[in-house]
Design a protein around this ligand. Structure first.
Ligand SMILES: Cc1cc2nc3c(=O)[nH]c(=O)nc-3n(C[C@H](O)[C@H](O)[C@H](O)COP(=O)(O)OP(=O)(O)OC[C@H]3O[C@@H](n4cnc5c(N)ncnc54)[C@H](O)[C@@H]3O)c2cc1C
Length: 382
């Protein structure tokens, strides 16, 4: 079976669904493919930075208007393993919302705009045909289904489809594991709490309905000593931070919300293009500590949708499509990634026990670092 389209977006997370939404709005026949069924829980701290909120607003995705109340956050509390603490006011208005809800809201908007969403579908091959069209081969319920389109966009997150290698992370880089679970009974009110522990950190913040999200980002080496299941890993992490243990003991795990992702390798540079454009984590995996992943996903998606629209309307050639998006993405994300990697290195350093004293000496330092992880002023374009 063969389906002819203008654009195929592979991966229906936050990057892919926002890109499909924009392309469908611009009048392009777009299909959005994903291996999973939705709504689904996703390994994420579910911290929406001010930039993420701003871009969702721009896309017309407004949780409040659907009766969903993300929890507002105005400060970060950093709790070190040895008991030291740092409080940092957050620049702008951040909020917490589950990816279960947020990705579903994006799907509804994309679908309303005319994008076709096909889930339970694994992309197994992507190649270019002689006539400048891309062909995407999928498996749906054991059957091979082919799609052809003038444009393909890779939004498949940290895991590439089989046979597609990445050049933007080095093999000698540390390998990480991400886990998350929702809890009832934990009240951190209007702050995000970051507990450092052996091998990484656990973030706790509130999402909609008064629930809490606990998400850990830990080195694979550390996780191998902690356990196999998500509760075992979170419980193991809390053995090196007593305040984390006390916090988690207040709550009850919401069964079915535990998810994990591994292996995760941080990017050392953005990779906006291979044979076609990449957006979101497929383009750049930024240290999650900075709470920027979703805003990078949305910003790259908007940039990519804009140049893809021009290409599909015949205003630019294929090579201009490539150079336009590649240059914009590199300009937008290279410095941000560098700053985020430096901040993660400082945060994970053995000397982090000294930081509370340092912040007392230089009270502006923590705020400066929090601002350094933000994208520059958002320029939204329609
Ligand atoms: C522990 C942790 C905590 C984090 N906390 C935060 C946070 O608090 N705030 C924040 O902004 N960011 C955070 N992030 C980062 C954020 O989750 C990601 O940057 C964001 O989810 C990227 O979105 P995406 O759409 O690119 O990828 P994803 O959301 O991963 O979507 C990719 C989609 O592609 C699909 N897919 C993959 N391969 C195929 C295939 N072959 N065929 C079909 N479909 C396929 C997958 O099923 C998936 O649905 C965190 C990350 C981790 C690991």
């Amino acid at each position: 079976m063969l389906n002819q389209l203008d654009a195929i977006v592979i991966g229906a997370g936050i990057a892919g669904s926002s890109c499909a939404l924009e392309l469908a709005r611009q009048g392009h026949k777009t299909v959005l493919l994903d291996r999973q069924t939705f709504p689904r829980h996703k390994t994420c701290g579910e911290f929406m930075s001010p930039e993420t909120r701003e871009m969702l607003d721009y896309l017309g995705v407004k949780p409040h208007s659907q009766g969903i109340m993300p929890t507002a956050m105005d400060k970060a509390r950093i709790i070190l393993p040895y008991g030291g603490e740092i409080e940092v006011p957050l620049p702008g208005h951040a909020a917490g919302i589950s990816r279960y809800t947020l990705d579903q809201l994006l799907h509804e908007s994309a679908s309303k705009a005319g994008a076709e969403i096909v889930t339970d579908t694994v992309v197994t091959d992507i190649h270019k045909l002689d006539n400048d069209l891309y062909e995407v081969v999928t498996r749906q319920g054991g059957k091979p289904i082919r799609y052809q389109a003038k444009a393909v966009i890779g939004a498949y997150g940290t895991k590439r489809p089989r046979g597609m290698s990445s050049s933007n992370s080095r093999e000698d880089e540390p390998v990480y594991v991400g886990v998350k679970s929702h809890y009832s009974g934990i009240n951190v009110s209007s702050q995000v709490e970051l507990y450092f522990c052996n091998g990484g950190y656990v973030g706790i913040s509130t999402i909609e309905n008064g629930l809490a999200n606990a998400a850990a980002f830990l080195s694979l080496n550390a996780v191998q000593r902690l356990g196999k299941s998500v509760p075992e890993i979170l419980e193991g992490a809390s053995r090196t931070n007593t305040k984390l243990a006390e916090r988690l003991a207040q709550g009850t795990v919401i069964s079915g919300t535990e998810v994990s992702v591994a292996p995760v390798r941080l990017s050392d540079r953005p990779e906006p293009w291979s044979e076609f454009p990449h957006i979101g984590d497929a383009m750049l995996v930024i240290p999650p500590l900075c709470g920027d992943g979703m805003s990078v996903a949305l910003r790259s998606s908007l940039l990519c949708a804009r140049s893809t629209d021009e290409y599909l309307k015949g205003r630019i050639s294929c090579s201009e499509w490539k150079s336009q998006y590649t240059e914009e993405a590199r300009r937008e994300f290279t410095q941000l990634l560098r700053r985020a990697r430096t901040i993660q290195k400082l945060a994970f350093a053995k000397v982090n026990r000294l930081y509370p004293g340092l912040v007392r000496l230089m009270p502006g330092l923590a705020t400066y670092l929090a601002k350094a992880t933000r994208l520059s002023e958002t320029r939204l374009i329609r």
